[in-house]
Unconditional design. Structure first.
Length: 116
């Protein structure tokens, strides 16, 4: 877990450790224990944590939460969902800009060299 800063991920989305546990389906204190290095996740929980780091997957996890969990999270749920949408939008714009740059570079490589 040393390569993932779980606290930074959680704070980025403006959520509590209990919220993160709820989203991942962990016990109420499990995220905090992982975050503080007091416990190590088993392989299933580690895979869920990896999904949380990917904004597209995290957005899906948020969308499948039960109504009870959404209500328990209150405004933090809405804010986290909006944050994932913003991050995904930014990533898609970066990918599109990169794609355009690559296509232009490829087109330029096909041009006949200018004679000197």
């Amino acid at each position: 877990m040393s390569n993932l800063n779980l606290k930074a991920v959680r704070k980025f989305y403006g959520l509590s450790a209990t919220d993160m546990s709820r989203i991942c389906g962990f016990g109420p204190n499990q995220w905090r224990l992982y975050e503080n290095g007091e416990a190590s996740p088993n392989s299933s929980n580690y895979n869920l944590i990896v999904l949380v780091v990917d904004p597209y997957s995290f957005q899906r996890l948020l969308k499948v939460l039960s109504d009870v969990d959404r209500v328990a999270m209150g405004k933090r749920y809405d804010m986290a969902l909006q944050k994932t949408k913003n991050v995904c939008w930014d990533l898609e714009n970066l990918v599109e800009a990169s794609r355009r740059d690559l296509v232009q570079a490829w087109r330029n490589s096909l041009k006949e060299p200018e004679e000197v």
